[in-house]
Design a protein around this ligand. Sequence first.
Ligand code: ATP
Length: 270
Amino acid sequence: VRARVMEVEESPDVGYEDVGGLDDQLREVRETVELPMKDPELFETVGIDPPSGVLLHGPPGTGKTLMAKAVANQTDATFIKMAGSELVHKFIGEGAKLVRDLFQVARDHEPAVVFIDEIDAIASKRTDSKTSGDAEVQRTMMQLLSEMDGFDERGEIRIIAATNRFDMLDRAILRPGRFDRLIEVPNPDVTGREKIFRIHTRSMNVADDVDYAKLAADTDDLSGADVKAICTEAGMFAIRDDREQITMQDFENAREKLEQDADAASAEPS
Ligand code: ATP
């Protein structure tokens, strides 16, 4: 059961250099997650507790998981990921048990970064908290908070949560000692997009005519994940055309294809 719902990676092969355009966010993640792991004495000397939990919020595909993996890698920590939706179960006590298992796995693999994606699945504001399903979800959240209270501040286990629906979160989880560091992770601006294009083409066979600044300028409102998708798709265009090198035209075609796919998806009745 464990293996199915939890993802455990000894040392993810992602570094800070793979994250584009999130300099401020990365600095904050390092300060709150990396520093307490690498230099716990610093916090003791100064006499403050490091932040307990960090919450990353922003639209899908902006690099939240990527940053969590990078900080795990850079601190030689095990990366343990679970989706909040996996913690929502019909049976009473099952969500809480999974949370206990999750922290047991983290203790067995110290130092560890625990990443809980879609935290809103277990921490949404509820209009009707009296139905039994909601009560079970709340118990799961309480278990998570009590596990966070339970460990000492030496920093061997750090918790990062993420959500695309910050406005829906129950404010109780944002209280001091809980997820008290909020980091907004927005879509990249034009400079960020150019960096992300460069990151994802690093190992691609790219022709000299490829203009990264132009690609970045033409991809307003796209996420980092979209930029990555354009790079992969550009490679596919070259392959279909029986070429080994990817040209600017391939990138333009890929960008148009992604736009069309997005339009088609938004036109579909949901
Ligand atoms: P979700 O909220 O949907 O879980 P997320 O913010 O966690 O999304 P990631 O899983 O980190 O998004 O991003 C998906 C992929 O998109 C990454 O593996 C990476 O390849 C690429 N990507 C996204 N943002 C960036 C970025 N800022 N720099 C480099 N690559 C990025």
